[in-house]
Write a protein that binds this ligand. Structure first.
Ligand SMILES: Cc1ncc(C[n+]2csc(CCOP(=O)(O)OP(=O)(O)O)c2C)c(N)n1
Ligand code: SF4
Ligand code: SF4
Ligand code: SF4
Length: 940
């Protein structure tokens, strides 16, 4: 059968394939890509006089004992079996158990067999990990169970890895590593380099692209290999001939980039610094490594160069050219020619001026770098200790210091297992994102109190919660930092409060949404908000800290019905890793402002689970009382059920406390005040506002009482007040994969609230079509435009009659959005809100996500998206409200403003015309249908 497979695939696989010395004494059994790394290491060891080998399992089931034994060299004495899985509680992992059984059944139980785990959590496994396995097998009594690739200092089962393990890549392979910023073009340029080299030479090429968990503006690391011999090396580059740092802030932040340069290798830094400034900014550890390992350092100012040649902020072409000149993978002249040809091919459609700007950038990059003379005293550079004093709860400070900071520097892989011992079950402290201070925005808003009308729209739309409105009493105003700008609070009058709009320059993502939402600002001239370079607003960081941490919430100003009033609530979602301008986060932030202090969130997998909680970096946070959303992520396919489970679990706990309370009330001799508060709590426990006060009073009385019965109730006091249960997810989850569960949960009649972020595609995985995608929309799996209509999830759920359903678009009608969120939460039954969410995947013209909020407005005005609310608890005749006005035209212009549609006109013009007409027709019919519903419910 394997022969048939081989004939089809052109492979020469057997059930088991052996690689290595025919007379090997130590053999590893493994399957998958780690075999390639093992082969490299086996070649190295055997060339150095050892006798080792590898059995590669090609067909796992059915397992053939006979063929397995036949594949083993007769000389083998010790075997290590590697499983890429973990079966807690088993005697050993599956492959290990098969090998042991096969040997036993073949009468070979005298061999030493050990079992190891590797690659869990997608952990990279370098050659050093493979060396460690063969090294362990040398011992008389090797570890029976072990792990590789991690430092397990709790069970001590991990094998030590030699940091100076030999480089086993094929001789002559040139290895390169590039540190870039998501969206700066580094990854694109490297893909282009690989293509140039692959297309024009006989060289073998390989590229791995490594990302952090931010949706944009995160760190990217490109790992590239080029060579004359086939490249196996399925692991990251850690011993590079050439390392480039494309973002100077990585030097300042102390990213450990230099340690990956081979002795004698090259390190290129893109920065605007002179030599003295560069020397001052380099960490001592990096200096020592450079001096001791004879690293050549080059500096280039690609930032100025790119601007000069008309490439704006796009430094990638200059840097790519510098790479070719320095890394010498190709003769310099050839490389320049190939790059220029490629640029012409890519940009000729956009005009000759752009092609020429690229050519100039290529020429400039080839020579504009300068060699930095490494001072001899760098070899003894001394570490400067600058302790960052972190303020906050002990647990969060610990998490930030020990986990978030190394992870932020892309150094999380070096953390030992003990670093996670306080988070064994994946629970993280809320509020860690406030410590990140990513400083990604180039331009940030500056507020002018004279021009501001205090509408709060800027804070209402900000996806990242980095612009806020604050009201201060006279004492707070007097103690404010000097750089804080203030004015009198206009409405309500005579409060004696001063008003301010504060911005966090280091957290702002520079998305411009606030500026476009501001009625007193415009893009060109600014106004109440003007975008200025981030550095110019540095003093505002202190203002922000003061406003956010020292100024009290003015509860009397809060009004959940208006954008302005709602923004006096502290957002309990801040500084998430979403794309700049993401609409999903703006909605989620508003929900946390209204209910975050008593909220459970079950989050489906999708963008919202990525920006919602990259490990150790929780952007959900707590209020001044330490209360915030309890956020969970379950699976894509069972999130609604998981959310219902949270609610039912909570109800069961509360029912238990109610039974205990009833018993307590009947206990003879308990204080009258305790009895009264217990009775009051029983009455109020299901009412949102009342239950909080009643629970607080009851807790105070229980504490005063101190009896065992009181203590037993107090042990679970967090279950006393009523909570708000939310289920979040994208359209891929709600309309498709999780639909069955979602429908089941809504139909159950339980009081849970669902918020669907409708981006009309599976955004997180790169834009696949979902049933929420629309006619003619180009998406993955719909390359020629989707041919079927968008599903009406809202109407399906409205048909139950007892589910609250709303469609909202905050940029079109903020009040309606607030109303729907409040009504949904207040409704004593299931609720579904579908929020229209412009997304990077839509490729909005002229500035992209800058226009996210305006795009919602346009969508509603032309009838592409409809606003309505169906409230089963409303009186007859008033259950259905159509909040959208009659479509006012401009439908096709709306579609053409987004490349997800407009690109179809270029690729399939006739089909585009047809599908877009159908799309518009369907939208108009939908509006007509909504009018009929309105009439029907009004008549009822
Ligand atoms: C069962 C299952 N299939 C596929 C995936 C991979 N996956 C993760 S997120 C995602 C897309 C989510 O899309 P959507 O629900 O629309 O949310 P968005 O990313 O747009 O916010 C997919 C396909 C998964 N996690 N589980
Ligand atoms: S630019 Fe964007 S991220 Fe920055 S404050 Fe304005 S809305 Fe928020
Ligand atoms: S949107 Fe503009 S006018 Fe309104 S509060 Fe913000 S800065 Fe002031
Ligand atoms: S929903 Fe779109 S804009 Fe938001 S984080 Fe995902 S890809 Fe980015």
């Amino acid at each position: 059968y394997m022969d048939k497979i081989n004939a089809k695939l052109g492979t020469s696989y057997h059930l088991f394939d052996y690689y290595g010395a025919d007379d090997a004494d130590r053999v590893v059994v493994c399957m998958g890509s780690f075999c390639d790394t093992l082969e490299e290491v086996i070649d190295y060891l055997n060339a150095h006089g050892e006798k080792v080998g590898l059995v590669k399992v090609r067909l796992y089931r059915p397992w053939s004992v006979k063929d397995f034994v036949a594949a083993l060299p007769k000389t083998v004495k010790k075997i290590a079996v590697l499983d890429r899985t973990k079966e807690p509680g088993s005697i050993g992992e599956p492959l290990y158990q098969d090998v042991v059984t096969a040997l036993y059944e073949s009468g070979m139980s005298d061999l030493v067999v050990t079992g190891g785990r590797y690659g869990l959590g997608s952990k990279d496994e370098p050659p050093a990990a493979a060396f460690s396995v063969f090294e362990e097998l040398k011992k008389d009594e090797p570890k029976r169970e072990f792990t590789i690739g991690i430092v397990d200092d709790l069970t001590n089962l991990s094998l030590p890895m030699d940091p100076d393990a030999p480089n086993t890549a094929a001789p002559g392979t040139i290895e390169c590593k590039f540190w870039g910023l998501g969206g700066d073009g580094t990854v694109g340029a490297n893909k282009n380099s690989i293509k140039i080299i692959g297309d024009h030479t006989d060289k073998y090429v390989q590229a791995y692209f490594q990302y952090d968990s931010k949706k944009t503006g995160g760190v990217t690391i490109s790992h590239l290999r080029f060579g004359d011999k086939p490249i196996r090396s399925p692991y990251y580059v850690t011993k590079a001939d050439f390392v480039a740092c494309h973002n100077p802030s990585y030097i300042v932040k102390g990213f450990k980039m230099v340690r990956d340069v081979k002795p004698g290798g090259t390190f290129l830094v893109n920065c605007q610094w002179d030599d003295a400034e560069f020397a001052e900014k380099m960490p001592a550890e990096a200096k020592r490594y450079i001096a001791k390992n004879n690293i050549s350092v080059y500096l280039i100012d690609a930032i100025d160069l790119a601007a000069k040649v008309g490439m704006g902020k796009r430094t990638n072409t200059v840097l790519q050219s510098a790479f070719f000149a320095l890394a010498k993978v190709l003769p310099a002249e050839d490389a320049l020619k190939y790059m220029k040809d490629a640029a012409e091919k890519s940009y000729s459609k956009k005009g000759q001026a752009i092609v020429e700007a690229n050519w100039k950038a290529i020429d400039a990059g080839a020579t504009a770098f300068r060699k930095f003379e490494v001072p001899a005293d760098w070899a003894t550079a001394e570490d400067v200790k600058h302790e960052v004093k972190l303020e906050g709860r002990d647990a969060i400070v610990k998490q930030v210091r020990d986990l978030l900071f190394p992870i932020d520097k892309m150094d999380g892989d070096s953390l030992p297992v003990s670093a996670f011992k306080d988070n064994p079950d994946g629970q993280w402290e809320l509020g860690a994102s406030a410590y990140e201070k990513r400083g990604t925005a180039v331009m940030v808003p500056r507020w002018d109190p004279e021009k501001c009308i205090q509408c709060g729209s800027c804070a209402f739309v900000c996806p990242h919660a980095t612009i806020r409105t604050v009201a201060m009493n006279p004492e707070e105003a007097a103690a404010a930092p000097e750089a804080m700008k203030t004015t009198d609070l206009k409405m309500p009058k005579n409060t004696g409060y001063t008003f301010s709009v504060v911005v966090s320059p280091l957290d702002c993502m520079g998305c411009y949404n606030c500026l476009y939402a501001c009625p007193k600002s415009d893009y060109k001239n600014g106004g109440a908000l003007t975008m200025v370079p981030q550095e110019e607003e540095a003093a505002q960081a202190e203002v922000w800290d003061y406003a956010v941490n020292k100024v009290s919430e003015k509860t009397e100003l809060i009004n959940d019905k208006t954008p302005k009033g709602s923004q006096f609530h502290k957002p309990l979602l801040e500084f998430s890793g979403s794309c700049a301008g993401c609409a999903e986060t703006s909605y989620a932030r508003i929900v946390t402002q209204l209910f975050g202090d008593r909220m459970f969130i079950s989050n489906a997998t999708g963008c919202s689970s990525i920006w919602g909680n990259p490990a150790a970096t929780s952007p959900f946070t707590v209020n001044a009382d330490g209360h915030g959303p309890a956020w969970n992520n379950s699976l894509f396919e069972d999130n609604a059920e998981h959310g219902l489970g949270l609610k039912l679990g909570y109800d069961a706990e509360q029912a238990r406390l109610a039974t205990m309370t009833e018993k307590l009330i009947e206990t003879e001799g308990i204080p009258e005040s305790l009895k009264e508060s217990a009775t009051a709590w029983l009455e109020a426990k299901d009412k949102t506002a009342e239950s909080k006060a009643a629970a607080a009073e009851y807790v105070a009385q229980l504490e005063a009482d101190g009896s065992d019965a009181s203590k037993a109730i107090l042990a679970d006091k967090s279950y006393l007040s009523k909570k708000s249960f939310w289920i979040f997810g994208g359209d891929g989850w709600a309309y498709d994969i999780g639909f069955g569960g979602l429908d089941h949960v809504l139909a159950s009649g339980n009081n849970v609230n669902v918020f669907v972020f409708d981006t009309e595609v599976y955004s997180n995985t790169g834009g696949q079509a979902s049933k929420a995608s629309n006619l003619g929309q180009v998406a993955q799996f719909a390359a020629a435009g989707k041919t079927t209509k968008k599903k009406s999830l809202a109407e399906i759920e409205m048909s139950y009659g007892y589910v609250y359903v709303a469609q909202v678009a905050m940029g079109a009608n903020p009040m309606q959005t607030l109303k729907a969120i409040s009504e949904a939460e207040a409704y004593d039954g299931p609720s579904l809100i579908i929020g229209y969410s412009p997304c990077e995947m839509h490729s909005i013209a002229h500035g992209g996500m800058m226009h996210a909020q305006e795009e919602m407005k346009k969508a509603v005005e032309c009838g592409y998206w409809n606003l309505f609310r169906f409230d089963p608890s409303a009186p007859e005749g008033k259950k259905f409200t159509l909040d959208s006005k009659e479509p006012k035209g401009g439908y096709q212009e709306f579609l053409m403003n987004e490349a997800r549609y407009s690109r179809l006109t270029r690729e399939f013009p006739d089909r585009a015309k047809e599908l877009f007409a159908e799309n518009e027709e369907a939208a108009m019919a939908r509006y007509e249908h909504l009018l009929k519903l309105k009439a029907m419910y009004a008549d009822a």
